[in-house]
Design a protein around this ligand. Structure first.
Ligand code: HEM
Length: 377
């Protein structure tokens, strides 16, 4: 580990101050050092020793070996909204649990919810106001569409907003426990679960631990979908040739390559491991980065350009990971895609008025905002 390069850091606190203030710059600096060293790896000190990699081989190792690279000690454990259910379940329990959950969030199940999500999606502009903030709109749209998919729209919307709001704030807000709101959410879930059938809560409530999975997956769903949707609107406005239902899948793929909401993923090494001559001791934090992998010049032509036409060809294996990979691939992949494509499909032609689209990494990565868009006539 000591042989790995590291970006410059404050002596006492390691990389924590830069991780808080400018994490993308820190990652890019580390990635450049990793490239120069020929390993594609670098280390950070984030309270514990961390190894960061972004090559397909590293991604495959970290996401493929669930016995060695565990979720129980990952960053998710620090976020009360995400610390539980399938997210913190490790091998050997993980695979059977996913087999139970996969059909609930599978393609066919999600398709049966699409009409309901479409009906719940708000108009982009209403009345005589000809413009709106795409980020604020995406936040509302994701909330209402998830409410429709999970609860047939019956979950108290204010409570849902209150529950999910801390995840969008800067650190340390997402790390703070909020026992009162959580208890109210649990009570609302239990109330709604009684005697229901044809929505996500209905399907989950038949399973042991199903209400916990509903709460946790909802927290994993909202910010990620909001940010991907907001960026999609921005690019649909900037590049109107990609704002058509048959072009939207490529637009979304490209948005997720450049701005993956889950910009970092983490695991904890559970047993001493050797990899390509590198010794990874037990307890090391092992990180992968969909952001770095998605912009690696060794893997992508013109990596920082928005070029949805690149999606005519398949991406390099283990290079494109906005939904993670392997057995822990995002449980909500179909739901997220359906929500975003459904929302995009209902939008009028758009144009950019003004905005701050630069990425703002917190728990998830999204545009700093606002993103003011008007309707194109
Ligand atoms: C654009 C939207 C989304 C993105 C970019 C995204 C991204 C990801 C990523 C990268 C992972 C893997 C994390 C890791 O390797 O540690 C993941 C896992 C997960 N996601 Fe999503 N997600 C999105 C939407 C959703 C939605 C709608 C749900 C609702 C079900 C969801 C629920 C989950 C869950 C429960 C896991 C953990 C799966 C496991 O560990 O087996 N996500 N997501």
């Amino acid at each position: 580990m000591k042989s790995l390069p590291q970006p410059h850091s404050a002596a006492l606190l390691g990389h924590l101050p830069r991780w808080g203030a400018e994490p993308l710059k820190l990652l890019e600096e580390g990635a450049e050092l990793g490239r120069q060293a020929g390993t594609g790896l670098f280390r950070l000190h984030l309270g514990a020793q961390a190894v960061v990699g972004f090559s397909p081989a590293w991604n495959r190792l970290l996401l493929g070996d669930l016995d060695t690279f565990r979720s129980a000690g990952s960053f998710s454990r620090l976020v009360p909204h995400l610390a539980g259910g399938i997210i913190l379940t490790d091998a050997p329990q993980h695979a059977p649990r996913r087999r139970e959950l996969n059909p609930v969030f599978g393609k066919a199940a999600v398709e049966s919810l699409t009409q309901r999500m479409k009906a719940a999606c708000p108009e982009f502009v209403s009345g005589r106001v000809p413009e709106a903030d795409a980020l604020a709109w995406a936040d509302q749209a994701a909330l209402k569409m998830l409410n429709a998919a999970y609860f047939s729209g019956e979950f108290d919307e204010d409570l849902l907003r209150q529950f999910l709001a801390p995840l969008r704030r800067d650190f340390p807000a997402p790390l703070l426990p909020r026992p009162l709101v959580r208890r109210r959410v649990e009570a609302e879930l239990a109330r709604l679960a009684r005697g229901r059938r044809s929505d996500l809560l209905g399907w989950l409530s038949g399973q042991a631990g199903g209400l916990t999975e509903a709460r946790i997956s909802l927290a994993a769903a909202h910010d990620t979908s909001t940010h991907a949707l907001a960026y999609s609107l921005w690019f649909a406005a900037r590049f109107p040739q990609w704002h058509a239902p048959e072009q939207h899948p490529a637009l979304l793929k490209e948005v997720l390559r450049l701005y993956p909401p889950a910009w970092m993923g983490s695991r904890r090494v559970a047993r001493d491991t050797e990899w390509q001559g590198l010794h990874l001791p037990t307890g090391t934090l092992a990180l992968y980065s969909p952001y770095l992998s998605g912009r690696d010049p060794a893997l992508w032509a013109e990596p920082n350009e928005f070029r949805p036409q690149r999606w005519k060809a398949a991406p390099p294996a283990w290079a494109y990971l906005p939904f993670g990979g392997g057995e822990r691939t995002c449980l909500g992949l179909h739901l997220a895609q359906s929500l975003i494509l459904t929302a995009l499909g209902g939008l009028p032609p758009l144009q950019v008025r003004w905005g701050r689209p630069e990425p703002h990494p917190s728990l998830t990565l999204g545009p700093r905002g606002p993103l003011l868009l008007g309707v194109r006539h």
